[in-house]
Design a protein. Structure first.
Length: 104
């Protein structure tokens, strides 16, 4: 029979690990939702301009920069590495900077 002093800390540790897992999933979902929302907003902004017949030379240059940024992204999503998420987040931030002048 296990003594209560040994069983109690193990049970507490197991509960805390379960709580940590929950926190991780919650934080991951919130992070993913935020990046997803940013990407969706970029798509919407770009989609609005695609329908325009005539675009300025600056926007055409920006569009080329966007294509280049995304095409040079080198990640291995199947590995699930944090640095890959950081690369995606960085590109999203760069795209937001490029397209912020497109509003209006």
């Amino acid at each position: 029979m296990k003594s209560p002093s040994v069983a109690s800390p193990l049970k507490s540790a197991a509960e805390e690990i379960a709580f940590l897992r929950h926190l991780f999933h919650t934080a991951l979902a919130a992070y993913g939702s935020a990046i997803e929302a940013d990407i969706a907003k970029l798509q919407t902004t770009l989609g609005n301009d695609v329908s325009e017949k005539k675009m300025s030379a600056a926007r055409i240059r920006d569009a080329r920069d966007i294509v280049t940024l995304i095409r040079t992204l080198e990640i291995k999503p199947e590995k699930g590495r944090r640095r890959d998420l950081k690369k995606i987040e960085s590109i999203v931030e760069d795209l937001k900077q490029i397209m912020e002048t497109w509003q209006g």
